[in-house]
Design a protein around this ligand. Structure first.
Ligand SMILES: Nc1nc2c(c(=O)[nH]1)N[C@H]1C(S)=C(S)[C@@H](COP(=O)(O)OP(=O)(O)OC[C@H]3O[C@@H](n4cnc5c(=O)[nH]c(N)nc54)[C@H](O)[C@@H]3O)O[C@H]1N2
Ligand SMILES: Nc1nc2c(c(=O)[nH]1)N[C@H]1C(S)=C(S)[C@@H](COP(=O)(O)OP(=O)(O)OC[C@H]3O[C@@H](n4cnc5c(=O)[nH]c(N)nc54)[C@H](O)[C@@H]3O)O[C@H]1N2
Ligand SMILES: [Mo]
Length: 802
């Protein structure tokens, strides 16, 4: 039996039986239909599937049930994604740009002109050459920060990097939006980023865990998609969690899907105050002597330097539960009870990432790790902490077998300037400015050309109005995307990319499990004049005499075969490429030993033989290295810092009384799929929903299902009201990723008609250390929308046929 079904069999098997039984066609018609319909395997962030193609058209999409135990509806939206009218149909250039006028301020305001591929590619190459001549390669900004476009080997961001590297490089991004604060912090504290590490196996949780703290971790929602291709076995594992009688406690302003599924106790924390709660729990554990002094002694470094802070000897503030009650709005008695529950039971803390996408986000994981050290269960089966149970099937046992990788960026970047993720607008607006970063400094060069492929700046960067203003200062903006995204509309040169279903690619199952290889086979011919990302960047490279260096003379299929050659499937299982390609999938066995995996077990068993990769080899409750950075807003130990914008700031909250969180979307990957019918299942009157409590709805006079305006000093958006008891008073939530749609494109700072949360968020960095994004540190208010125009987010701009 294949490994994905061996343990968590029930739901997947039931699902496939249901599909088989639902067939209604009979006799000759069914036969003829089947004969004319080809079933082509493909894979996505949403799951592996078969595209059913008849007469060159996708007529259905069905999940590969053998590899996806609990498919989501999102795969069904993928055909729409190929066919939608929001496709970029041919290369386009903004009108004034084509006319050679210096009118960057008209970006996003004027029409485009259809041009030939050669014309568009020449214009882009010329702009790049002009910038190189003017300011060197450091005037080129490769803003393709993420690899979220698709799970294949031909990631647009890698291809963009590969192209730039051939011509001497470009300014890039350091760190990421996902874990920009924890990313540079955790390795110094525990010797590993922890956020992308293999997690304690589900089997160990099921067997040992008595209490699981969902510290903002929405296991069900965030695991709906994968960085690679999800198998959704987590859902079956969670059924076992439920049966095992684990007690769940959710600390989150939202009563999440996970909280609801697990019937969790709900601690309705005030956003941004978690570190205060953690400090108070530690204070209580110390004062009541309930903490594990042996663990602290044997496995940690610097507790003695942290203690004076906790006890208020450093800053005169004792971090008592009563102190934290005022900050967190959680009663002191509850704080004590929570701490007691955690030390008295085998407790697993499932941390999340959104907590650190907030002002002073560096402190969050550090505080959790310090708290977990005091609890003393790190390295025990089912105990300690995990920062990735909500991601890419965290808890899945790993095959440990080689998969395929992707087309490499290669070396050659001589620029050596990488801008911390979140500093995008700052970079564009303030050339010459120096910012502190990870104990060093970064000076922004003057950017002339910005290129975006497979990434969505007007989707992911906070403070869209600031970003739009910043983008309008540039010489040239080039975007490569299959769709007229908000970023494409704000560009000068737009290259239409094919979607993955219009070309061949290869990928793997799950980040942690590595349990499959998948063929992402071409399903239909490229629509309109769209071209593969690989072809586009090879053509650009050609204009610099670097085509051969870029392609190595390899076709797409030659790359795919080459990547396959390194895999366990080829090397050990001896499966010929042709056989894999025909079948569309290879399944890897997961060894039983992987089901025994417990994070940090080796360290716990022998900290001398298996030290952490930290200054002391132990957990750094205090870090001399960090202390030496000498920042005011980032110290040598975990510290509570008050966020700049939160409900605890009475003056600000008087003007903007609601805290906005922007969780990751239930029915999308960020902005992706926002232009498909799948969105109909949750949008309210075609706008992104805003969740609000019944009390707040009453207070602000807004009704369920109505369109309202959400606003602050940075901007405003329209959103559709969902009144629900699943969000605490004083907090509203708009999922990130709705497509920005300016109400009146001719005006600056116009309100967004579709509910893009980042019109409201701030580009304020986490601290002088990580300079990471703080998307969750936002106050807003809400009012009646007044007259509402149609939402044009998913329409192409006006195009003049050249
Ligand atoms: N379906 C889906 N899954 C995804 C993604 C997607 O786009 N769609 N994106 C993936 C990516 S790139 C990432 S980075 C991860 C993100 O993973 P996370 O950052 O962990 O996920 P979010 O949904 O942003 O936030 C989870 C929860 O944090 C809560 N929260 C917000 N502020 C606070 C606070 O101050 N305190 C507490 N205690 N809770 C708070 C929110 O209410 C929300 O329920 O998800 C991945 N998974
Ligand atoms: N308010 C708020 N903002 C956030 C967050 C938050 O929690 N709250 N989270 C942040 C996080 S953690 C992340 S990771 C970022 C995500 O930010 P991004 O990674 O920028 O988000 P996506 O929308 O997935 O962007 C992928 C782009 O690739 C394009 N694409 C898809 N397929 C192809 C292809 O085959 N070829 C090409 N050329 N393009 C393709 C899509 O159309 C889309 O424009 O957002 C960040 N922003
Ligand atoms: Mo992310």
């Amino acid at each position: 039996m294949n490994n994905s079904r061996r343990d968590f069999l029930k739901v997947g098997a039931a699902a496939s039986a249901a599909v088989a039984a639902s067939g209604t066609m009979t006799g000759a018609f069914a036969k003829e239909f089947a004969a004319r319909t080809e079933k082509i395997p493909h894979a996505s962030h949403y799951g592996p599937f078969h595209a059913h193609v008849r007469d060159g058209k996708i007529v259905d999409i069905t999940p590969q049930l053998d590899s996806d135990a609990n498919p989501t509806a999102m795969v069904k939206g993928l055909a729409d994604r190929v066919m939608t009218d929001s496709r970029v149909k041919y290369p386009c250039v903004r009108k004034s740009y084509l006319e050679g006028k210096d009118a960057g301020d008209l970006r996003g305001k004027e029409e485009f002109v259809r041009v030939s591929w050669d014309k568009a590619l020449d214009l882009a190459a010329d702009a790049i050459k002009k910038a190189q001549a003017k300011g060197g390669n450091q005037s080129l900004y490769n803003s393709c920060y993420s690899g979220w476009a698709h799970p294949g080997a031909f990631k647009p961001n890698a291809l963009a990097g590969r192209f730039f590297n051939q011509i001497g490089g470009a300014v890039g991004t350091s760190g990421e939006y996902s874990n920009g604060a924890a990313g540079p912090t955790n390795p110094v504290i525990v010797g590993d980023m922890e956020v992308y590490s293999i997690q304690t196996a589900h089997e160990q949780i099921i067997k040992n865990t008595k209490v699981m703290i969902l510290w903002g971790a929405d296991l069900y929602k965030c695991n709906r998609i994968g960085w690679f291709v999800p198998n959704h076995r987590n859902i079956d594992a969670y059924e076992e969690y439920k049966k095992a009688g684990i007690k769940f406690i959710s600390i989150d302003p939202i009563y999440t899907t996970s909280a609801s599924e697990f019937k969790a106790d709900w601690i309705k924390i005030r956003p941004g105050s978690d570190v205060a709660l953690m400090m108070a729990m530690m204070h209580y554990l110390y004062k009541s002597k309930k903490y594990d002094a042996n663990f602290i002694k044997k496995y940690t470094h610097g507790f003695d330097k942290f203690l004076p802070y906790l006890l208020g000897k450093e800053d005169g503030i004792e971090k008592t539960p009563e102190w934290a009650e005022k900050l967190t709005e959680i009663p002191a008695a509850t704080i004590k009870e929570l701490a007691t529950t955690m030390v008295d039971n085998r407790t697993f803390i499932a941390g999340n990432w959104s907590l650190q996408r907030a002002h002073h986000g560096e402190q969050v994981d550090w505080s959790i790790i310090t708290l977990a050290s005091m609890i003393g269960q790190i390295g025990l089966p089912g105990g300690g902490f995990g920062f990735s149970m909500h991601y890419a099937g965290g808890g899945d046992a790993a095959s440990g077998k080689a998969t395929v990788g992707g087309v490499p960026q290669g070396g050659g970047n001589k620029v050596n300037v990488n801008i911390p993720a979140s500093r995008m607008s700052d970079l564009l607006l303030n050339p010459g400015k120096t910012v502190t970063f990870k104990g060093g400094k970064v000076t922004y060069p003057k950017i002339e050309v910005m290129l975006s492929a497979g990434s969505s700046p007007i989707g992911h960067q906070p403070d869209v109005n600031e970003l739009v203003g910043a983008m309008r200062t540039l010489d040239t903006i080039i975007t490569v995307d299959p769709w007229w995204t908000p970023t494409a509309k704000m560009s000068d040169i737009v290259f239409p990319a094919t979607t993955t279903m219009e070309r061949d690619d290869i990928t793997q199952g799950m980040s942690y499990a590595q349990d499959r290889l998948f063929a992402m086979k071409k399903v239909v011919d490229a629509r309109y004049e769209s071209k593969d990302d690989y072809w586009i960047f090879a053509e650009l490279a050609k204009r610099f005499g670097k085509e051969k260096k870029f392609t190595k003379n390899r076709t797409t299929m030659q790359w795919i075969e080459r990547l396959y050659k390194r895999s366990y499937a080829k090397k050990k299982m001896k499966i010929a490429f042709e056989d894999f390609w025909k079948e569309g999938v290879v399944k890897y066995e997961v060894p039983d030993s992987a089901r025994n995996f417990v994070r940090h077990e080796a360290f716990r068993k022998d900290p001398i033989k298996n030290p952490l990769k930290t200054e002391s080899g132990k957990i750094q409750i205090f870090s001399e290295k960090f202390d030496a950075y000498g920042y005011d807003d980032f110290k040598g130990h975990a510290t509570w810092f008050e966020p700049a914008e939160w409900l605890g700031n009475k003056k600000l909250a008087a003007k903007y009384p609601l805290h906005l969180v922007s969780p990751h979307p239930t029915y999308r990957v960020h902005s992706q799929l926002d232009n498909t019918w799948v969105q109909n299942v949750h949008k309210v009157q075609g706008r992104e929903p805003i969740r609000i409590s019944p009390n707040d709805a009453k207070k602000f006079g807004v009704r369920d299902g109505e369109i309202v305006e959400v606003y602050n000093d940075r901007g405003s958006v329209l959103a559709g009201v969902v009144v629900t008891n699943t969000i605490r008073d004083g907090v509203v939530a708009i999922e990130e990723g709705a497509w920005y749609s300016p109400d009146d494109a001719s005006k600056d700072k116009t309100r967004c008609n579709s509910g893009q949360a980042n019109l409201l968020t701030s580009s304020r960095p986490t601290s002088s250390m990580a300079q990471a994004t703080t998307a969750n540190t936002v106050l807003v208010s809400i009012k009646k929308a007044g007259v509402v125009q149609p939402n044009l987010a998913y329409s192409a701009p006006k195009i003049i046929e050249g």
